[in-house]
Write a protein that binds this ligand. Structure first.
Ligand code: FAD
Length: 266
């Protein structure tokens, strides 16, 4: 039997969490487990409306853990994230699926978390303390407790951020892979390249080889070819019902090249 416990604050829920309990965000994944009889005995939920808050200042935005993909799409100040939120599931999923839940969604999910990784977002946990880079949180999902909010740097030039999702069923199919790139430019050269892939490892991962090929370069055909060549370097794609690891490796460079060409055109 499953019991549902409701708390007024995230801090109270965090204190009540244990190995026999699971936190319920939007529930798109947790409820599947509950319905299949695979969920832990206790399901914890929080009613604090602050968890659904979006706050945007000049160069950063703070997204409460309970902000949904539909909330992101309704927020004009988050327009750089609209292409990402728009392709997560169908309308019903987007109405429920939260930003924090996406950080813990297993392969092949995690498209939004992958974009947060490329953007260099940081995660705030219940109970305060310093925010942790999303990269660290993805690497170590079991530890850290309950997410309170995510702080996302807003790209100064919206054209510096690009996103691409590859799926068999369009527009809402599950990812064969997804890619996000942040390529800020100074004097025409890329400074601080960040490229991330989704569905190319157990969690979203940065593509170190592609980032090296892009850093300090102008975004032209030769640079794009070098980055595409290195696309799968250091990634660990799984085989699943959608694609084999071999296929994912083969097409990673092709799709990265398409995304970078689109960003080159501006
Ligand atoms: C039909 C369908 C289509 C989907 N399509 C996509 C897709 O295209 N792309 C994609 O990325 N995902 C997709 N998903 C997966 C899922 O909907 C999303 O990843 C969603 O963002 C998960 O968020 P949630 O709030 O529903 O998570 P929940 O189901 O509530 O929770 C998922 C996990 O996150 C944990 N969690 C939730 N909130 C917190 C928190 N504040 N702190 C710590 N842990 C927390 C939960 O305990 C649980 O372990 C799809 C799911 C379905 C059912």
């Amino acid at each position: 039997m499953t019991t549902v416990e409701t708390y007024g604050t995230l801090a109270d829920a965090a204190r009540a969490l244990g190995s026999d309990a699971v936190y319920l965000g939007g529930g798109t994944l947790v409820m599947r487990e509950v319905n299949a009889g695979r969920a832990p005995a206790r399901v914890l939920r929080v009613t604090d409306p602050g968890l659904a808050e979006i706050r945007a200042s000049g160069d950063a935005a703070s997204l409460g853990a309970g902000v949904t993909m539909a909330d992101v799409l309704a927020a004009r100040e988050l327009d750089f994230l609209h292409p990402v939120a728009r392709v997560i599931g169908g309308p019903q999923v987007r109405n429920m699926a939260t930003v924090a839940g996406n950080l813990f969604a297993a392969h092949p999910y995690g498209d939004f978390a992958m974009a947060l990784l490329a953007l260099g977002a940081r995660v705030h946990f219940a109970g305060g303390g310093s925010p942790r880079p999303v990269e660290e949180v993805l690497r170590d999902r079991e530890r850290g407790g309950l997410v309170a909010s995510v702080e996302v740097p807003r790209p100064r030039d919206p054209r510096a951020f690009g996103f691409l999702k590859v799926s068999r069923v369009k527009p809402k199919g599950v990812s064969i892979l997804s890619i996000a790139a942040l390529l800020p430019r100074e004097g025409g050269r890329i400074r601080g390249a960040r490229v991330a892939f989704g569905a190319m490892g157990p969690t979203p991962l940065r593509a170190a080889g592609a980032e090296r090929a892009l850093e300090g370069q102008t975004l032209d055909a030769a640079t794009i070819a070098r980055a595409a060549d290195q696309a799968a370097d250091g990634l660990d794609p799984p085989t699943d019902a959608l694609a084999t690891a071999w296929y994912r490796r083969e097409v990673a460079g092709v799709h990265l090249s398409r995304l970078l060409q689109r960003m080159e055109r501006g």
